[in-house]
Design a protein around this ligand. Structure first.
Ligand SMILES: NC(=O)c1ccc[n+]([C@@H]2O[C@H](COP(=O)([O-])OP(=O)(O)OC[C@H]3O[C@@H](n4cnc5c(N)ncnc54)[C@H](OP(=O)(O)O)[C@@H]3O)[C@@H](O)[C@H]2O)c1
Length: 241
């Protein structure tokens, strides 16, 4: 047993699948699930602990960190939060749709929130053994991969998340030589987030949340120390920044 694991955004499609996969693997206990509301699929399991956290309420993160610290040093922290479309937040097709309030909100949720999670949870990780913090980014946040344009806020907020992650990774390594911080692309996954955007490209795979979660945990299990600060897809391939 390698101690506690934490899944932030456990109420989401991929987040809950990560929780289920961790329980099935049985390597971590307890599994802390952090989300604004208790996940809809919640079930009674003595290994599961739910903590109410809103990414945009730093006090809730500090309280959760205190609860986690009391049960041991987490060696796995997965951040599966994020937003693409909600309410009046809609992916922009044109520069005409750029809006100060909407851009600010998507940056807060997709980039600032996960960085605040890292601020509060990375100091809890062990100094004397391997640990992993992985944030779910998105391939469309790759600047080098951007051939299509559009989705300004989502793309830019994920690019900002990637830079925050890379910078956190460098600082974290100074005190945790075996600590890894990485960004992951989970694939195109059948969740609430992707539902409004059916894939039409020929040959493009659409993963179930379970398949994505198992693949992501498989990738994390294989990464060596040199992977710190990197950006990887669900199939293990590195992604250009
Ligand atoms: N699905 C895909 O095809 C795909 C592709 C590439 C990347 N991703 C990335 O993978 C991650 C997970 O996506 P998903 O498909 O699982 O989406 P999802 O089902 O919509 O889940 C999103 C999660 O983010 C949480 N969240 C949003 N705002 C929050 C806040 N202020 N505080 C706390 N939690 C908040 C949601 O919690 P609430 O329930 O409280 O709203 C939910 O748990 C995201 O970062 C997404 O960008 C997904």
């Amino acid at each position: 047993m390698t101690g506690p694991a934490v899944v932030v955004g456990g109420s989401g499609g991929i987040g809950w699948a990560l929780v289920e996969t961790l329980l099935a693997e049985g390597k971590h206990a307890p599994v802390f699930v952090l989300s604004r509301q208790r996940p809809a699929n919640w079930r009674d399991d003595p290994r599961l602990v739910w903590l109410a956290v809103d990414l945009l309420d730093e006090a809730s993160l500090a309280t959760a960190a205190g609860e986690i610290r009391a049960s041991g040093e987490p060696s796995l922290i997965l951040v599966a939060t994020g937003v693409l479309q909600t309410g009046d937040l809609v992916p922009e097709k044109s520069m005409r749709a750029l809006d100060l309030d909407r851009l600010t909100r998507i940056f807060q949720i997709n980039a600032v929130g996960p960085a605040l999670v890292a601020k509060h949870l990375l100091p809890l990780t062990p100094r004397d053994r391997r640990s992993v913090l992985a944030v779910l980014s998105a391939r469309v946040g790759s600047i080098g991969d951007n051939q299509l344009g559009g989705w300004y806020g989502y793309r830019a907020s994920k690019a900002a998340l990637n830079m925050l992650l890379r910078t956190l990774a460098i600082e974290h390594r100074r005190t945790r030589p075996m600590g890894l911080c990485v960004a992951l692309h989970p694939g195109t996954v059948e969740t609430t987030l992707s539902a409004p955007f059916p894939t039409t490209a020929p040959g493009k795979v659409r993963l179930t949340p379970g398949r994505s979660a198992r693949a992501l945990l498989g990738v994390l299990g294989k990464l060596g120390p040199e992977a710190n600060g990197g950006f990887y897809a669900w199939d293990g391939q590195p992604i250009a920044w």
